[in-house]
Design a protein around this ligand. Structure first.
Ligand code: NAD
Length: 420
């Protein structure tokens, strides 16, 4: 998974969004304060023996924002620019994302300030296990369930599960963590879940906007995990993929690029660039392609006030986290482009993580079909709920998503009451 860290303080952005939603629903100031503060933020030092024999001390965090609706849930990222405020903001966004998807989780997030690209497997494993030891007392299958995020994946999740299982009772506890390899309780369909979930939101939005998917055209920025499956599944609905880009450049074909063939080309050559029959274009051209649906699936802050006015798509479905700046959001809203925001459009990932957890708790294995059908039901409901909120309050889909989420979390807080 990929994401760049910006210079804007993300926790301030998160607090501003909360404030906007609070005003619209006339939220009690005290309850707003509860939501403005993560329930717990832990900083751990992670002494790690490096391959040269020296000890290096890394710093790691785990932020647990809110668990009114269920255990904290959220990824762990390894990145040199991780900050405590970034982790706090991301944990708040996870609270909203889980509430929007209507899965019984709260929000959490973790991270280690490190550059895994400059570390060996052995160093990453020792650092990961020591971090797991550091946070072991606050995570758990019924309290806080981590997952992969930027520069972490199945391997790191396996080491965390193994360390935790050894420390806490010495029996295997796959339900501690999601995003695991299949061999130790991972779920079928997890790899494709984000792109598949996004394609369901696109299908529903197309119906609302009276877009015929059989004649719709699509541009996709970023052809990694999220982008390539999003492209494949909207293509399966009949849409034509006109333009695709990755970090090395973009390609365009007015007659359509076939997602499967493009994936094979990228596997072989490392990029979409040079795909047979396609014209080379640059990254800006991809975003400004004359098309019906635009799927940003790479970095944050790609649609800005500079290019938002040039976007012709009727629908923008955000696979990436934070690809649209607030100013661009306003421009798109004025131009009547419907934006399916990240917290809704890429919620398929955490939804199938929830299915993985359920399977682990019950020691069950679901078929891929069952996973996909349940994902469709959950994401379709989430889309329709956000769409209704957007119409009811007359706000854009992003504000509607946060509004819906805050309402759901506040309801849980109020019903549970304040202890003592
Ligand atoms: P990834 O690393 O698999 O793929 C990222 C893609 O973006 C790569 O193809 C890369 O070449 C491309 N890219 C990088 N810089 C680019 C540029 N300047 N222009 C065009 N393309 C560029 O990452 P991913 O897992 O697909 O994640 C992409 C986004 O989706 C991130 O914002 C991530 O947070 C979000 N997301 C992913 C998931 C998931 O399950 N994978 C879930 C939720 C959100």
């Amino acid at each position: 998974m990929l994401e760049s860290t910006t210079t804007i303080n993300p926790f301030e952005v998160a607090l501003k969004q909360l404030d906007e939603a609070a005003k619209l629903i006339k939220l009690d100031k005290g309850v707003q304060q509860v939501l403005a503060h993560p329930k717990r933020v832990l900083t751990v030092s992670i002494p790690t023996r490096m391959d040269d024999g020296e000890i290096k001390v890394f710093t790691g965090f785990r932020s647990q924002h809110n668990d009114a609706r269920g255990p904290f849930k959220g990824g762990i990222r390894y990145h040199p620019q991780v900050t405590i405020d970034e982790v706090k903001a991301l944990s708040m966004w996870m609270t909203w994302k889980c509430a929007i998807a209507d899965i019984p989780y709260g929000g959490g997030k973790g991270g280690i300030i490190c550059n895994p690209k400059e570390m060996t497997q052995g160093e990453i494993e020792r650092m990961t296990r020591r971090y797991a030891y550091g946070i072991a007392d606050i995570i758990g299958p019924h309290t806080d369930i981590p997952a992969p995020d930027v520069y972490t994946g199945g391997k790191e999740m396996s080491w965390i599960m193994d360390t935790y299982s050894a420390l806490k009772g010495n029996f295997v506890q796959p339900e501690l963590i999601t995003g695991k390899p299949l061999a130790i309780g991972g779920s079928l369909g997890r790899n494709e879940a984000t792109g598949r979930g996004l394609s369901f939101t696109v299908r529903e939005a197309a119906e609302k906007l009276k877009i015929n998917m059989k004649t719709a055209t699509v541009a996709v920025q970023g052809f990694g995990n999220a982008g390539q499956f999003a492209a494949q599944f909207v293509e399966e609905q009949g849409a034509k993929i006109l333009a695709v880009s990755d970090s090395k450049g973009g390609v365009y074909n007015k007659d359509g690029l076939q997602a499967g063939a493009l994936r094979k080309h990228k596997e072989k050559t490392g990029s979409v660039v040079g795909f047979t029959g396609a014209k080379a274009i640059n990254n800006e051209d991809v975003l400004e392609t004359d098309c019906t649906i635009l799927i940003p699936a790479a970095l944050e802050n790609q649609i800005t006030k500079k290019n938002a006015g040039k976007i012709s798509a009727k629908l923008v479905a955000e696979a990436a986290n934070g690809p649209t700046t607030p100013e661009a959001d306003e421009i798109l809203y004025k131009n009547k482009t419907l934006v399916i925001p990240d917290v809704l459009a890429n919620g398929g990932g955490v939804t199938v993580s929830y299915f993985e957890w359920l399977q682990n708790l019950r020691r069950e294995y679901w078929s891929e079909n069952e996973v996909n059908e349940r994902l469709d039901r959950n994401i379709t409901n989430a889309f329709l709920n956000v769409y209704d909120t957007h119409e009811k309050y007359g706000v854009n889909m992003r504000k509607a998503s946060i509004l819906l989420a805050v309402n759901r979390v506040v309801e849980a807080i109020k019903i549970r009451g304040l202890w003592p």
